[in-house]
Ligand binder design. Structure first.
Ligand code: SF4
Length: 310
């Protein structure tokens, strides 16, 4: 992967972008479609800080979880004000930046600044639990795993060490581990009692039906623009006032997942009075491709295009 060969003074920024983009999105998708155009548009932290938020959100289209893009933009501005346009090389200062959690901070320190810290993602956690025979029910499990990872890291080459552990967890020490080919097998304390040293997570999902309206007037359509909350600064298809017993013509539907929600969004031909009125704006149909829209609305827009023939 190209991000494994980044070096030079701008590498921490590039690692930062790749880590934030891949938080909720597969790294292969990030690298294929988003990473390079984003860095081309904003090659440095300073360029990102100076860009209008709307432009940053437009380049984030399709990645979803737009709070990540807003936090990146905010963090870039803080770094320009406080750290001369560079990311700080210190864990506490990195954690204080919006959107940088424990994992991302350590990934930036190790992969960007080559510091000897353990990087524990879900794959590495699985390896460590088994390798050191740690029962997952223990209190403060995250701290225990981090301490183990920090003590285990190779101080001479933390970059390769952490990348190798991530790969081992992703490819060998999986749900069905291949202990026979594992290079850590000789030292693994948990391989004969895998059940005991594996964390099983229950996935809870909530089904959500949303009924949205398409209302077009003279090549313009009504969208909802929020100024606050999860969807702040994004355009979305407006919800219908009435979310039950709908008699409007159905144009199509899409499915979308975020966090624990499995959304089934249906789009209806609607009149202005059918729409929830908050934040409504008339937008030119041809401008929509250049506006920041939520991932769900991007999917609904594809449904619209079939009907509007644009
Ligand atoms: S020996 Fe098996 S359980 Fe232990 S780290 Fe390797 S793959 Fe995982």
């Amino acid at each position: 992967m190209p991000i494994r060969h980044l070096s030079g003074p701008n590498a921490p920024y590039q690692i930062y972008i790749s880590e934030i983009m891949s938080q909720q999105t597969q790294i292969s998708v990030v690298l294929e479609r988003y990473f390079t155009p984003f860095l081309k548009a904003f090659p440095t932290l300073h360029a990102l800080a100076c860009a209008p938020l709307e432009r940053v959100l437009c380049l984030w289209r399709g990645l979803g979880y737009y709070a990540r893009a807003k936090h990146l933009h905010q963090s870039a501005q803080i770094c320009c004000q406080r750290y001369g346009g560079q990311l700080p090389q210190d864990y506490t200062a990195l954690r204080a930046l919006p959107g940088i959690g424990a994992y991302s901070a350590r990934a930036i320190l190790c992969f960007g600044f080559r510091q000897a810290v353990g990087v524990v993602d879900a794959n590495v956690a699985r390896v460590l639990l088994r390798l050191f025979a740690i029962t997952p029910q223990r209190a403060k499990l995250a701290s225990i795993l981090q301490e183990r990872a920090d003590a285990f890291v190779n101080p001479l080459n933390p970059f390769d060490h952490n990348q190798a552990l991530i790969d081992l967890g992703a490819l060998v020490c999986t749900k069905q581990p291949q202990c026979a080919i594992c290079p850590l097998s000789f030292a693994c304390q948990g391989k004969d009692a895998l059940e005991k040293f594996t964390q099983y997570k229950k996935s809870v999902s909530i089904a959500l039906d949303l009924h949205c309206g398409l209302c077009v007037q003279k090549r313009k359509l009504y969208l909802c623009y929020a100024t606050q909350g999860l969807y702040a600064h994004l355009y979305q298809f407006p919800l219908l006032k009435n979310q039950e017993l709908i008699t409007l013509p159905l144009l199509g539907s899409v499915r979308h997942s975020y966090t624990k929600y499995r959304v089934h969004a249906m789009l209806y031909q609607a009149n202005l009075e059918d729409l929830q009125p908050q934040g409504l704006e008339l937008v030119d149909v041809h401008a929509l491709n250049d506006l920041p829209t939520s991932a769900l609305s991007t999917k609904l827009w594809a449904v619209c295009q079939r009907h509007l023939k644009v």
